[in-house]
Design a binder for this molecule. Structure first.
Ligand code: BJW
Length: 258
């Protein structure tokens, strides 16, 4: 089945229409068309000298809290400036059209929620919140002040940190369990805009395959999932997802105010 360019196999369209449970699992690529750089994109300006993998660790924060804090402050500002794109909106509409829909995301930008998605499992936390590393204090929607020093916990004086999951840290148990259960139960699993390199999120599409789901990858580049996926669509999710939505359920409703 074709919608302005992309050809969707009728078996896929049928599988999505009939599915009792569809899972979409998203990564940084879904937000690329909103203007949020993907995690492994080359960094620009001052930050080009650091690999993201060297900043997103507890060790990096312990060694240089000011540097890591500033990197997150720049990214928080960017996330607040951008808007959800047609890929985010199509996923929110799929949730409204499907019998049951679970959106699992590795993204920390909250753009899915701003697009109207409701059943969102956040595996890697949220960049807009900060917390005491010892659990004393959380600020849900942290507003950065210009050139600010790293703020401290009002109770224990520890440096506050972004409420995200760094390399070497455990994912929130409730989120990981919800994601794993959804991957085991769904009939269709969409893996969208992720390099499928970072575990345990990278395991989810393989779990879905083992449990018999149709697994669909949407990504301009090949990933370790590509050869195993039932269907692969090479292209930007902001282009492909609205077309997939239309092929399965018809025209998209007008965007709703989140
Ligand atoms: C587009 C597009 C467009 C572009 N449309 N697509 C098993 C094997 C090997 C290693 C491990 C393992 N288990 C655990 C590990 C270690 C580690 C890991 O996975 N390392 C690998 C790198 C090898 N995992 C961990 O450490 C995890 N913790 C853990 O497992 O704990 C266990 C434990 C148990 C008991 C005690 C203690 C620990 C934690 C992982 C946390 C990851 N956190 C980050 C940072 C979040 C905060 C922040 O943003 O700063 O999460 S890392 C970073 O990677 C971020 C992302 O969510 C994540 C995934 O990246 P993603 O989304 O795939 O982005 P990119 O940039 O990689 O790819 C973008 C893709 O988009 C590309 O494919 C493009 O082609 C595509 N694209 N334009 C569609 N328009």
């Amino acid at each position: 089945m074709s919608t302005n360019g992309v050809v969707f196999p009728p078996e896929l369209v049928q599988a999505m229409r009939q599915a009792g449970h569809i899972v979409a699992s998203t990564g940084a690529g879904v937000s690329a068309e909103s203007g949020v750089p993907t995690f492994r994109d080359a960094q620009t300006g001052f930050w080009a000298q650091f690999k993201p993998e060297e900043l997103a660790t507890p060790e990096a924060f312990a060694a240089n809290p000011e540097r890591v804090w500033q990197w997150y402050a720049v990214r928080r500002r960017r996330v607040r400036e951008v808007q959800p794109n047609p890929g985010h909106l199509a996923l929110a509409e799929m949730e409204r059209r499907a019998r049951r829909f679970t959106l699992i995301t590795q993204n920390v930008d909250r753009l899915h929620q701003r697009a109207g998605s409701r059943n969102v499992v956040e595996l890697h936390g949220c960049i807009l919140s900060v917390r005491c590393p010892r659990g004393h204090h959380v600020i849900e929607d942290y507003q950065d002040a210009a050139d600010e020093a790293v703020p401290r916990c009002p109770l224990c004086q520890a440096y506050l940190r972004p409420a995200v999951v760094w390399f070497g840290e455990e994912l929130p148990a409730h989120a990981l369990e919800a994601a794993d259960t959804a991957a085991r139960q769904c009939e269709v699993f969409l893996s969208i805009g992720t390099s499928t390199l970072v575990y345990p999120a990278a395991q989810l599409p393989f779990t879905a395959l083992e449990c018999g789901a149709t697994v669909v990858e949407i990504n301009p580049q090949p990933t370790p999932l590509t050869d195993s996926a039932t269907y692969t669509f090479h292209g930007p999710s902001g282009v492909i997802l609205p077309q997939l939505l239309k092929a399965v359920w018809g025209e998209m409703a007008a965007p709703q105010n989140p």
